[in-house]
Design a protein around this ligand. Structure first.
Ligand SMILES: Cc1ncc(C[n+]2csc(CCOP(=O)(O)OP(=O)(O)O)c2C)c(N)n1
Length: 600
């Protein structure tokens, strides 16, 4: 006899689901029994914590473009899932959560581990959150959960009381109030009308200094973005989630934008007269072109597949709802090539100069290691098919600025939620999505202590089955919640607050070795390059721990000398690290004005 749980797993297999990231509990015991009988298909991947399971499903979705699936028991397990699910929701990737609930007979009785799951998931899974109470709701509910998660790139939740999991499955019949369902799915690529495309083309053809901003929505449109940028003589900046859309080897790609961004991106936006945004919902509008007397200084066009998210952040004149690649392909024949290439040349000069500054900033001495040196040495060593995941912390700055994307590299962060603790589970999700590609997680010591070190246990559990065993975890060991320390300093007059900022010491590489993984610990700047060579050569997962200097400043690209000095002065009193900090701030900033050479 087929139970509801048996059928649910069968339907997931029919949807092509190969992995479910989860953690056990009696709320899903019926499912676990079914899993045992289904020869573990789809594979149950056991995380250390349900939040990690959700992050892994999210990472899987981010790196594969497919729907990620996670599962947890009722009550505490379901609650633990939430942060990872929100991450998927706000970064627009499809994740389905399958969650147990207490038996129907106990529901409403304040039973153990009974929480109101429909209410708990009401926000995170607002597009589709359903409880299955009779077998005939299948396959409809699971089909809609998969279809809505995939097509709307969002989170859906399916709640199943434990006794329902064990019921005999009976399909919907040809009768009143029955909802038969089906599997086939095609994906639409909407395009704007010809008239709207002409409006956009006229605006873009009129401009003389065109800036483009691309986000993750342009990932499948790199070829088309390059053609448009060439025709328009444009420079292209990239939002953080879209960092892997275009290679940083292209001389007119200005790199990241925003506080974590580059100076040429800032200049591109401030000096342009025309803006084309493709597949990005970049929120920090102060980094987009400015306003004069209340009027925008650039005329702008946006292309986005989501009609509910388009038109935000800037007063765009033309908002084209459409798939990025399909829309750009239709736009290209309407664009005329700009003969005057002086704007493009200026952008390229700015980019060239910026990479020199970055090189020099990586060469600034620090105590003991400059984190910029760590990222600058990593960048050229990354294989062209690397999958990069980056945690929320000071490392996000260094990733945004120092890592040069090229080849088929992919990279992701917790973008809109900016949650700590995502990078190691993302890398695990990535390895299950593409076991033949190497993964690199870049993580602060705070994030390691929050989630990362536990998920090293998951890596130790599974790595031997990955076709390419390489998974490198880079730990910035600075004994500080450094990003927040700098935020406090930037508030001006707020010195670092040690009781909240200082971290207990921990040996990350030694812990990895304890788990049978490879460990490298580096505290000498002269050993950074060699240590990277060693870590990159490891044929097993590796934790490489750098003792980095928390005094190296994540200076924003637009900061003037004056602002930098003022901020530094304002926090001098009361900061435990003041002398070192001032020294590093000045040394880093000075690299932008030096004609050449390094300071050490
Ligand atoms: C779950 C979560 N808690 C708190 C924060 C706030 N926060 C952002 S970055 C950061 C510090 C990160 O410290 P660490 O991982 O040590 O990296 P570092 O900045 O020192 O390189 C904190 C506390 C957050 N983004 N997410």
């Amino acid at each position: 006899m087929t139970t509801v749980a048996d059928y649910l797993l069968q339907r997931l297999r029919e949807w092509g689901v190969e992995h479910v990231f989860g953690y056990a509990g009696d709320g899903i015991n019926g499912l676990l029994v079914a899993w045992g009988q289904a020869d573990d298909q789809p594979r149950f991947i056991q995380a250390r914590h349900e939040e990690m399971a959700a992050f892994e499903a999210c990472g899987y979705a981010k790196f594969s473009g497919r729907v990620g699936v996670c599962t947890a028991t009722s009550g505490p397990g379901a609650i633990h899932l939430l942060n990872g699910l929100y991450d998927a929701k706000v970064d627009h990737v499809g994740v389905v959560a399958i969650v147990g609930q207490t038996a129907r007979s106990a529901m409403g009785g304040a039973y153990q581990q009974e929480v109101d799951l429909l209410s708990l998931f009401k926000d995170v899974a607002n597009e589709y959150c359903q409880m299955i109470t009779v077998p005939e709701q299948l396959p409809n509910v699971i089909d809609r959960a998969m279809r809505i998660a995939g097509s709307r790139r969002t989170v859906t939740a399916v709640i199943i009381p434990s006794d329902v999991q064990e019921l005999d499955y009976s399909p919907p019949t040809h009768a009143f109030k029955m909802v038969p369902s089906s599997l086939d799915q095609t994906w639409a690529a909407p395009v704007p009308t010809d008239a709207d495309l002409r409006r956009a083309a006229n605006l873009l053809n009129y401009g003389e200094k065109v800036a483009m901003l691309v986000g993750q929505g342009a990932r499948e449109a790199a070829k088309e973005v390059i053609s448009v940028a060439d025709l328009l003589g444009a420079g292209v900046a990239k939002a953080l989630l879209g960092k892997d859309v275009l290679s940083d080897e292209l001389p007119w790609v200005t790199g990241s934008i925003g506080l974590l961004g580059t100076r040429p991106s800032y200049e591109l936006m401030m000096d342009c007269d025309t803006l084309l945004v493709v597949g990005s919902n970049f929120p920090y509008s102060q980094f987009l072109p400015g306003f004069e007397a209340g009027e925008p200084t650039a005329r702008a066009v946006q292309i986005d597949v989501d009609p509910t998210m388009i038109g935000l952040r800037y007063p765009f004149e033309v908002n084209l709802v459409g798939d990025a690649a399909a829309t750009l392909r239709r736009l290209i024949p309407l664009l005329s090539r700009k003969d005057d290439r002086s704007w493009r040349e200026k952008v390229e000069q700015n980019v060239h100069r910026w990479w020199e500054v970055m090189d020099r900033r990586a060469g600034v001495s620090a105590d003991p290691i400059n984190p910029e040196q760590v990222f600058a040495e990593l960048s050229p060593r990354l294989p062209e098919n690397a999958m990069l995941s980056v945690d929320s912390g000071s490392g996000t700055n260094w990733y945004a600025r120092h890592i040069k994307m090229r080849g088929s590299m992919r990279g992701t962060v917790s973008g809109a939620l900016a949650s700590m603790g995502c990078a190691v589970p993302y890398a695990i999700g990535a390895k299950f999505a593409h076991p033949d590609r190497p993964a690199y997680a870049m993580v602060g010591d705070g994030a390691m202590q929050m989630n990362g070190i536990n998920e090293l246990i998951t890596i130790a559990k599974y790595w031997q089955e990955w076709e390419d065993p390489r998974l490198v975890v880079l730990v910035l060991h600075n004994d500080d919640l450094n990003m927040v320390t700098w935020e406090l300093r930037a508030l001006g007059g707020s010195p670092q607050f040690l009781p909240s900022q200082q971290l207990p010491d921990f040996g990350y590489a030694a812990y990895a070795e304890n788990l049978g993984l490879y460990g490298v610990e580096v505290s000498d700047p002269d050993e950074v390059a060699g240590a990277w060579d060693e870590a990159m050569a490891a044929r097993q997962p590796c934790v490489i721990e750098f003792h980095t200097d928390p005094a190296v400043p994540p200076i924003p690209p637009h900061a003037t000398w004056d602002q930098v000095l003022k901020a530094t002065e304002s926090v001098v009193r009361g900061d435990s690290d003041r002398l070192n900090m001032i020294k590093e701030v000045v040394k880093s900033k000075v690299q932008e004005v030096l004609p050449g050479g390094r300071d050490n």
